[in-house]
Design a protein around this ligand. Structure first.
Ligand SMILES: [Zn+2]
Length: 161
């Protein structure tokens, strides 16, 4: 399963809202996303990483696959934590990214019911990371220009190995 990688311009496009009730392709898409995520040992994946401009993410933090449509962060902790973060679309490197340590995320499940996820630590980080993808933002975009330059250099080196 091909995951798009930087600098593919598709990764910079904002994905569209979806209606899980009428979008009959969603379950199939979730299966493909989960397959790609597990194949590459990821903990989360967003549809744009497969070139699909739909606002849907999957993640698996505690041995349970979850999918959320149109996820929105409605509340964030004031507290931030900086930790090394990787991305299946920027393989081979990890970079320090500051994220809110806790978030509340709202969205829809595949049946169209509203879901609320109160997340902290790794799950909070994964949700922020994957929702960034839906907005066309990747980890490199969250770095200072100097950090980004160094990260891109390391990324290109990792890719040429
Ligand atoms: Zn990513």
């Amino acid at each position: 399963m091909q995951i798009l990688t930087h600098p593919n311009p598709v990764l910079g496009v904002r994905a569209d809202e979806i209606d899980p009730v009428t979008d009959t392709d969603l379950r199939q898409l979730v299966r493909r996303m989960a397959e790609a995520m597990y194949e590459h040992q990821g903990v989360g994946l967003a549809a744009p990483q497969l070139g699909i401009h739909k606002r849907i993410i999957v993640f698996d933090i505690e041995d349970e696959l979850a999918a959320i449509c149109n996820p929105v962060i409605v509340e964030r902790s004031e507290e931030l934590e900086t930790d090394e973060e990787g991305c299946l679309s920027v393989p081979g490197i990890s970079v320090p990214i500051a994220r809110n340590t806790a978030v509340t995320c709202e969205g829809l499940n595949l049946d169209g019911s509203r879901v609320v996820i109160v997340a902290e630590d790794l799950l909070a980080r994964v949700l922020q990371h994957e929702i960034d993808h839906l907005d066309g933002v990747i980890i490199l975009d969250r770095l200072t220009p100097e950090e980004r330059k160094a990260a891109v250099r390391a990324y290109n080196e990792a890719a040429s190995e």
